[in-house]
Design a protein. Structure first.
Length: 173
């Protein structure tokens, strides 16, 4: 009988010990994870042939509401929200031989391969010399746009070569 009592005591002790182990919480810890991704948005502008050979008139006839496609723009981003594309004229078209007679122009960003905008479309731009567009229709991180300018060339322009530039940039939305 003492064997049975010891055996029952041993079984009872094991059950109590097992219950205590099950009832006691297991030790736990956590690992915090994190990381960051840098913005890799970029734009590449390729000037069209027309950008270097603008029809300036100026020899007795005026060129009003002249609209010219001056660049194709390729955009890349890793930003799922998209980017803001900005085109801004850094000044007027200026004749190096006579900078006192500048030729102002307006800029406009349009969809890639869109119909040539009308001169009146330039009035809707952010300002006469700047246009912003939210670009969100990226396919595999790439999108494209076209850049146009509009100007009114007077009937008489001083002879010489006129030059100007447009700064194109992107920023995350």
């Amino acid at each position: 009988m003492s064997y049975q009592i010891v055996r029952r005591g041993l079984v009872a002790s094991i059950l109590v010990l097992a219950g205590a182990v099950v009832a006691a919480p297991a030790m736990a810890d956590s690992v915090t994870l994190g990381g960051s991704v840098a913005d890799t948005s970029a734009v590449t502008s390729t000037a069209t042939a027309a950008a270097a050979a603008l029809p300036l008139s100026g020899v007795g006839t005026a060129g009003t509401d002249t609209v010219v496609k001056v660049a194709d723009m390729a955009l890349l981003t890793n930003n799922a929200s998209g980017v803001t594309l900005t085109a801004e004229a850094t000044g007027d078209l200026v004749n190096a031989a006579n900078p006192a007679t500048p030729l102002p122009y307006n800029v406009l960003i349009v969809a890639d391969a869109a119909t040539t905008p009308a001169a009146a479309d330039f009035a809707a731009a952010t300002s006469a010399t700047k246009d912003d567009e939210a670009v969100t229709n990226f396919v595999a991180g790439a999108a494209a746009r076209d850049l146009y300018i509009q100007y009114d060339a007077p009937a008489l322009l001083d002879p010489g070569t006129y030059a100007g530039s447009i700064t194109v940039s992107v920023a995350a939305l």
